[in-house]
Design a protein around this ligand. Structure first.
Ligand SMILES: [Zn+2]
Ligand SMILES: [Zn+2]
Ligand SMILES: [Zn+2]
Length: 216
């Protein structure tokens, strides 16, 4: 199996904030403006089939970065790299160690990393894609991104009344004086901390030598 390491950040089409795409997701969530961004299957296909064809030619450990202006403005780093334990840096041997669950455990230090069979839409969009490692399946990712932190207290700038802010809406109405308050950046960022970008991996098996001899 050939592994592609991927780091991907798109510019939110709504607010221009950087949004990390940390797995094969058809919808990503911009925490800054709280909007859903559709990531079409065809865009995935175009991007990752190019990457697949490129990394086949790479030496192990070789990688590259690029800025792409297409469906999204995005920056990508990708390379030919086997998924590895983030703690002890040992390479995983996923073909042998993966047992059909949704995770893989480092035999040396016990660190757990997610790993799962590439979803059907992804396998259809990108020929040869078989396994995903280092990313969570779509549903779990969506839930986690939308999860809101514990409410925080905030004083109404108009009347000083104490408001409990849950982070669901940026524009809130003061329950005492009825003023509409647009929450300041620092509070908003505290409620929706920026995510750290994470590397994830696509395992390709059976890579077609050219797209003409593909069988689906
Ligand atoms: Zn946004
Ligand atoms: Zn380890
Ligand atoms: Zn008020």
């Amino acid at each position: 199996m050939i592994w592609a390491m991927i780091e991907m950040t798109i510019k939110c089409p709504e607010c221009d904030a950087p949004v990390h795409v940390d797995g094969p997701y058809r919808k990503v969530f911009c925490r800054t403006c709280q909007s859903d961004i559709e990531f079409p299957e065809e865009v995935w296909g175009d991007l990752l089939e190019d990457i697949r064809d490129e990394i086949v030619e790479f030496e192990p450990g070789e990688g590259t970065s690029s800025t792409i202006f297409g469906h999204f403005n995005m920056t990508m780093t990708y390379g030919k790299l086997t998924p590895y334990c983030s703690k002890c840096k040992r390479d995983f041997n996923i073909e042998e160690d993966y047992n059909g669950t949704d995770k893989i455990t480092c035999p040396d230090c016990g660190t757990v990393k997610p790993a799962f069979a590439a979803p059907e839409w992804f396998r259809k969009a990108i020929k040869g894609a078989v396994l995903i490692a280092g990313a969570w399946p779509e549903m779990k990712e969506v839930e986690e991104n939308k999860a809101v932190s514990d409410p925080v207290a905030f004083s109404c700038p108009q009347c000083g009344g104490s408001l409990m802010i849950d982070g669901k809406e940026r524009l809130v109405r003061c329950e005492y004086c009825e003023t509409r308050v647009y929450l300041p950046d620092d509070l908003w960022l505290r409620l929706h901390p920026a995510k750290k970008k994470t590397r994830w991996f696509v395992g390709f098996g059976n890579i077609p030598s050219s797209s003409t001899d593909l069988t689906v």
